[in-house]
Design a protein around this ligand. Structure first.
Ligand SMILES: [Mg+2]
Length: 397
């Protein structure tokens, strides 16, 4: 990606049709029937799904309901009072088989540092489920002060970016570290201090502004034109999901997240019905699946993988052979970044999961506590190798 020569916008200007592959629904059929209409504040009629007598078109519902279930596997809890011993053994056996292909980054640390010899590591970190535990209320997904200290220390030695589905402002509030790069809304809202991101300014979707503390920053927002539409959809989703107990709709600026973590599983189809039904009226928006969350995003050629490429380019690291990008994340949306690294044979992804999952990552970590340990290990290794290099330099003098 050449930011200087390619000034074309990643926004797809033609309305993209809803496709089966994107939404899990054929494009020519209604996700729910029948539908009601709601007159929106912008004067548009929005299609609001309605469920009559609790019946859906099973074929239509199954597509996205299956995807919702597949995206939300239960976290493994080894409670032997609840789970039988044979189940525990089966789970363990499946995990032990899986981890052969995706070894623990802690156990394989020597392989990673071997790869990183004489290279600069660039760290890309997802937030929810990676730096913070997954909690019932997404507003309370705080990272521990020990994790914050580990990330801060890592950022002293390696260029470090947080890439999250949340808005840039929100994830910044959680992390509270000014020395990092932040890419919110799945990379559609990138913020960087001006002093280290001069090449941002060459891009037409980049603006110069100040952050909350009055510091000058560069903002890269390739989906800026979608803001009014996203706000409209956010308001409508709040309204139409109002009767579903436990649902939480979150405005992440360039992405609306509909969390169903606290919704009874029997009602998941209603959540999907509301979201996919509404989106039928917005062909320039699409839905992606995360862990117990549906995320409504603009149809643009942009994702966490593109954000990684953009940041590497902006930091002038993309053409260097002595850079090793490492991306750590736990969610389906992180797969775009894993894939970019795998396909470019530069760096690798680390999947945070304690259950077997299909992934483009190369290594794994079980949970945020292991992520913290891995970050600390990287810093210890870096300090050690730096001190060794300095010793050698001193002897030569
Ligand atoms: Mg995550």
């Amino acid at each position: 990606m050449d930011l200087k020569s390619n000034h074309s916008s990643p926004v797809l200007t033609d309305p993209a049709p809803l496709s089966k592959s994107r939404l899990g629904l054929p494009s020519n059929i209604t996700p729910c029937s029948p539908a009601a209409l709601l007159y929106s504040s912008s004067g548009l009629y929005l299609t609001i799904p309605e469920i009559l007598n609790g019946k859906h078109d099973d074929v239509l519902v199954n597509g996205w309901l299956d995807s919702m279930i597949a995206s939300s596997p239960p976290r493994k809890k080894l409670n032997k009072d609840i789970i039988s011993e044979s189940q525990v053994d089966d789970n363990d056996a499946a995990y032990q088989t899986w981890i052969i292909n995706y070894p623990s980054s802690l156990n394989s640390f020597h392989l990673i540092t071997n790869d990183a010899k004489c290279k600069m590591i660039a760290l890309f970190l997802d937030y929810d489920g990676t730096l913070s535990p997954i909690v019932d209320n997404p507003d309370l997904a705080f990272m521990s002060s020990a994790m914050r200290a580990a990330v801060k220390e890592a950022a002293n030695y390696f260029p470090t970016a947080i890439i999250s589905g949340r808005s840039c402002d929100k994830v910044h509030e959680f992390v509270k570290l000014s020395e990092l790069y932040y890419a919110g809304s799945h990379g559609m809202d990138i913020m960087s201090p001006i002093r280290v991101s001069e090449s941002f300014g060459d891009h037409p979707d980049c603006i110069k502004t100040t952050d909350r503390k009055g510091k000058e920053v560069h903002l890269f927002q390739p989906a800026r034109e979608f803001l009014p539409m996203i706000n409209e959809v956010y308001k409508s989703l709040i309204e139409i999901t109002n009767n579903i107990v436990g649902v939480k709709v979150e405005n992440n600026k360039f992405c609306v997240s509909v969390h169903y973590r606290n919704v009874d599983k029997k009602m998941w189809d209603q959540v999907g019905c509301c979201v996919f039904g509404l989106l039928k009226g917005f062909p320039r928006l699409r839905v992606t699946h995360g862990r117990k969350v549906l995320e409504v995003r603009p149809v643009i050629d942009w994702n966490k993988g593109k954000a990684v490429q953009f940041l590497l380019e902006s930091l002038q690291l993309s053409q260097r052979d002595d850079v090793l990008p490492i991306y750590i994340g736990d969610d389906r949306t992180d797969e775009d970044a894993f894939k970019v690294l795998r396909e470019s044979s530069r760096g690798f992804g680390i999947l945070v999961s304690n259950v077997p999952k299909e992934t483009n990552a190369s290594y794994s970590l079980r949970d945020p506590s292991e992520v913290q340990e891995f970050l600390k290990s990287l810093v210890r290794w870096k300090k050690f190798t730096t001190s060794q290099t300095e010793d050698i330099a001193t002897i030569k003098i």
